[in-house]
Design a binder for this molecule. Sequence first.
Ligand SMILES: Nc1ncnc2c1ncn2[C@@H]1O[C@H](COP(=O)(O)OP(=O)(O)OP(=O)(O)O)[C@@H](O)[C@H]1O
Length: 640
Amino acid sequence: MGNIQEELRNSLKLLKQEWEEDLQQYKKKFLYTSISDKKEEGVCWYPVQLKKSKIGFGERLILEFERFDPGAPHVFQSGKSVSIFSNQPQFQSQRVNGVINQVKKDAMIVTLQAEDIPDWMHQGKLGIDLLFDEASYREMESAMKAVIKSEKGRLGELKEILLGERAPVLTVSDSKMVNHLNSSQNEALSLVSGSKDVAIIHGPPGTGKTTTLVFAIVQALEECRQVLVCAPSNSAVDYLVEKLLEYRIKTLRIGHPARVEDHILSQTLDAKIAMHDSYKDLKRLKKSADDYRKLGQKRKRTFGSEERLERRRLLDEAARCRDEAQSLEDYITYDIFQDTQVFACTLVGAANSALKGMSFPIVFIDEAAQGLEAATWIPIQKASKVVMAGDHCQLPPTIKSYEAAKNGLSETLFEKVIKRKPQASKMLSLQYRMPQLIMGFSSKYFYHNGLRAADITLHHYLAPEEPVLEYIDTAGSGFTEQQEEESLSTFNLEEARFALRYLENLIKRIGIAEIKTKQWNIGLIAPYRAQVRRFNELIFESYEFPNLRSFSELLTIDSIDGFQGQERDIIVISLVRSNAKGEIGFLADTRRMNVALTRAKRKLIVVGDSSTLSIHPFYNAFFDYIDANSCYKSVYEFLE
Ligand SMILES: Nc1ncnc2c1ncn2[C@@H]1O[C@H](COP(=O)(O)OP(=O)(O)OP(=O)(O)O)[C@@H](O)[C@H]1O
């Protein structure tokens, strides 16, 4: 026990080191307080103009701001917190915070943390600052402290079971065999239902960890009324929610709507409140409260005792309506919670006030190998039993402090439990996503050739004559990388253009109608955010690729991290780096590349400069694999 305490205290120390590093990196950009310096650092948009406003679910104000220097690089991203300010001398201390829904080249859509648009927003000279998100660190710190402090109670027991000498209780389960699952997946299901404390499902990409986890959730709900389901990233949570909805599980997505994908928005608390039978009454009460307040605050020329009494009466009435509205909202929320089987949120989102005081018989965590230990303890505090799924050869947690990572912060709770309690884990190794050729390199490089492709993947192609794997070498083409000055993120505009042209031709070759009928979806992956921005601009903000624009419903453009856990029928990866010095930056993070290379179901196209990349043994091994399987093409074959 002593050792676990020491280990946890050390983890907390490393977390604080990471927090400090992250804050320092942020402060470096904000050392300069003038607007023009902040603009140079890419952490401020100024001037911007309020272009549109609308009311979203939950009566939230959603505003669109337009900027006038659309080319200027920046580091704003959807999901980040921002502060909108006025630079008019008379309004200079005025600020309102919000969360970014979407960033376009010349516009930003923000959900405001205010009920009305303040008057000063109509007076011009507006700007938007990026904020540092300290809340996540605070929640992680508080979870670590709670775990360290816990002696008795379930958290204390789980601490000893997950990290210490205490053995997990495993019983023989009589869980039902699921026909859709293979024998290993069914064994994993039995492990989950037979374990009293902890169970882990792990294995390479596409082996059905998420699929099995979803079945485990469905089975658990036969006995438990409600469970908590988490993942480290918002995109992974949304993906789980999507899968659970296929089984008609009543799911409530906890989290800020600006961070939830559009097609999952209807599962958020805001949306469910808006769809509730009593919502009309709630809206009416809120409007009455507002009307009475406005009437009560109206200026009067004469203001005698009668007016004073009348004003009091109106304001009391406003307060009464407000209280009634609050009680009704509490009732609606209670009703929605009662009708929920799965609460779904990110690891940090498990600290959301909506879940305060709640505990769950089982907490399920997908992509657990991507979560910092401190973040993983946040939902476990609410758990009686914990089930994790993931793969330690895919994305690790993002860590900014090299020192903290080196001293152990990068080791996740998931990895620790697999090592310390192997009896509580089950490995899957038959994958259903990729044809043998796409799978082969990952299997060889990361899993000692231990990955097998299910027979079903023999039919995973776009057309019999269409190769499933292609590497297109841009060496010698003159497509050179560039760096955004502010974000320091790298992009390669010509490579982006080439990749899109290739994709457009592929779509024409296969047939637009064919792809739309079969609903084959497409993923465009770039390791760098700046390249993701270039893809978006080329498709949605220029007229160069009209065919791709018409595919927007089937097309996802994101960084590798955004694709963790997901799959697409067609994947195009643009590797971006192309320089004479052979610098490949974080492309050297092979676990990240393992994720990128294992997302495609029917066709994978990798575009990159072999002369730059071959500096690294990983890419050399990849090129050997490409050569051995005749998947190599040079960009010259495509250029006129
Ligand atoms: N037993 C099965 N039979 C047929 N298809 C399956 C089976 N198990 C999983 N699949 C399919 O395999 C694909 C990959 O499954 P899933 O996403 O669950 O894998 P994963 O291990 O979670 O992948 P990743 O490591 O990338 O997160 C999905 O299309 C899923 O429907």
